[in-house]
Design a protein around this ligand. Structure first.
Ligand code: UDP
Ligand code: MG
Length: 330
C-alpha cells in the first residue's frame, strides 16, 4: 500500500469517520467583519471535497467582537474549534497553537481576509493525495500588494536565501497544506522566536506546489505595521542563520590584515624619515570607524544572546485562555 492510499484506507480517515480529515487553521486578530465572508467562501470551495472538515480559529488577543462572531458561526453548521489566546502573541505563535490543536489528517493554515484563495484548496488536497507531504501555495502575482511591499519582499527572499542554512521558497506564505506526519514534527519544535516559513522548509519532506492569485484584502486592514514587519524580518533572518555572526570573523580578519600592513608601513616610514607628529585627523577617523564597527558587532552578538535568553527562559509560546467547540462535535 502506498502512503497516498493510507489516507483513504482506514474507516476513520476517509473523510467521513469521526475524526476530521482536514483542519483549516485560521489565526484571527481583530477580524470581526471577515469571519462570515471567509466561512461562506470556504464552504463553497470545499463543497466538492466531500470530506469532514474542521476549522481551528485562534483568536490572537482581539479587542473587537471577533470571538463572539466565531461563536455565532458555530451554530450555523461548520465544525469549529475556537482557541482564545490570553493576549496578542503574533501570527506565528497563533499558528503554532492552531497546529497543536488541529486533529485532521492534514492542516491548512490560511488568512481570514481571503487574500489566500480558498478555491485552490481542492487542488492542494489532490496533490497531497498523490503523495506530497507539504503542498505550497505560491502567489502567482503580487500586484495587489503595494510596490514597496513587493520590492522589499523580493529583496528579503534573495537576502534570506543567500545566508540561510535552508532556503525558503519565494512568494510562498504560511498558506500551504501540511500532512499529519509533518504537523507532529512541527509540534515538537518549541523554539520561541518563531518563523514558520523557515520551520516549514527546514523539516524537508516531499513537497508539491500550486499557484494562486493573491487577492486584495476583503475586510479590515493589515495587522502588520512597517516596524512589525521589519522586526519579523530580522527575527526570521537571525533565527535561520548564524551568517551575520560569521560575517564579523571575516570582517575582523580583513581589517586585521589591513592594520598589519599599515602598521608595517608606518614603522618603516618612521624609521626612514623620523617621527611625524601631525595626524590627528586620520587617527580620530580610524578610532571612530573601529568604534562604530565594534558597536555594530556587539549589537549583532546581542541579537543572538537575546535569542538564547528567550530560549533558556523557556516560557510557553502562547497561552490558551479558553476553548470553545461547536455543538456538531462528535
Ligand atoms: N494575525 C494574527 N495575529 C497578529 C497579526 C495578524 O493572528 O498579530 C492574523 C490576521 O488576523 C490574518 C492573518 O494573520 O488572519 C494575516 O494578517 P494580515 O492580513 O494582517 O497580514 P498581511 O496579509 O497584510 O501580510
Ligand atoms: Mg492579509
Amino acid at each position: 500500500m502506498t502512503d497516498a492510499d493510507s489516507h483513504t484506507a482506514t474507516p476513520t480517515s476517509d473523510g467521513h469517520g469521526p475524526e476530521p480529515y482536514l483542519s483549516i487553521v485560521v489565526p484571527v486578530y481583530n477580524e470581526q467583519a471577515a469571519i462570515r465572508p471567509f466561512l461562506q467562501e470556504m464552504e463553497t470551495a470545499l463543497d466538492k471535497l466531500d470530506a469532514r472538515v474542521e476549522y481551528v480559529f485562534i483568536d490572537d488577543g482581539s479587542t473587537d467582537a471577533t470571538v463572539l462572531e466565531v461563536q455565532a458561526c458555530m451554530s450555523d453548521g461548520p465544525q469549529i474549534q475556537l482557541l482564545v489566546l490570553s493576549r496578542n502573541f503574533g501570527k506565528d505563535a497563533a499558528l503554532a497553537a492552531g497546529l497543536a490543536h488541529a486533529r485532521g489528517r492534514a492542516a491548512i493554515p490560511i488568512d481570514v481576509d481571503l487574500q489566500d484563495s480558498p478555491a485552490v484548496i481542492p487542488e492542494m488536497v489532490q496533490k497531497w493525495r498523490d503523495g506530497a507531504k507539504i503542498v505550497n501555495a505560491r502567489r502567482a502575482d503580487r500586484t495587489t500588494d503595494s510596490w514597496f511591499k513587493r520590492v522589499s519582499a523580493q529583496l528579503y527572499y534573495k537576502l534570506f536565501n543567500a545566508v540561510a542554512d535552508h532556503p525558503i521558497p519565494e512568494n510562498v506564505g504560511d498558506f500551504r497544506l501540511i500532512d499529519r506526519q509533518v504537523i507532529d514534527i512541527l509540534n515538537t519544535m518549541s523554539e520561541k522566536a518563531r518563523f514558520n516559513k523557515d520551520l516549514f522548509s527546514w523539516v524537508g519532506f516531499d513537497s508539491a506546489e500550486v499557484t494562486f492569485e493573491r487577492q486584495p484584502r476583503h475586510h479590515g486592514s493589515t495587522k502588520w505595521s512597517f516596524w512589525k514587519l521589519w522586526n519579523f524580518g530580522l527575527d526570521g533572518l537571525f533565527g535561520a542563520s548564524t551568517a551575520p555572526l560569521r560575517l564579523w570573523s571575516y570582517l575582523g580578519f580583513c581589517f586585521a590584515m589591513a592594520s598589519f600592513i599599515y602598521a608595517g608601513y608606518v614603522l618603516a616610514r618612521t624609521m626612514i624619515f623620523g617621527v611625524d607628529t601631525p595626524g590627528y585627523a586620520s587617527t580620530i577617523v580610524i578610532i571612530l570607524f573601529f568604534g562604530g564597527l565594534n558597536m555594530l558587532s556587539v549589537g549583532i552578538l546581542g541579537e543572538y544572546v537575546g535569542r538564547i535568553y528567550r530560549e533558556v527562559r523557556d516560557r510557553p509560546l502562547y497561552i490558551v485562555q479558553r476553548t470553545h467547540h461547536s455543538d456538531k462535535e462528535v
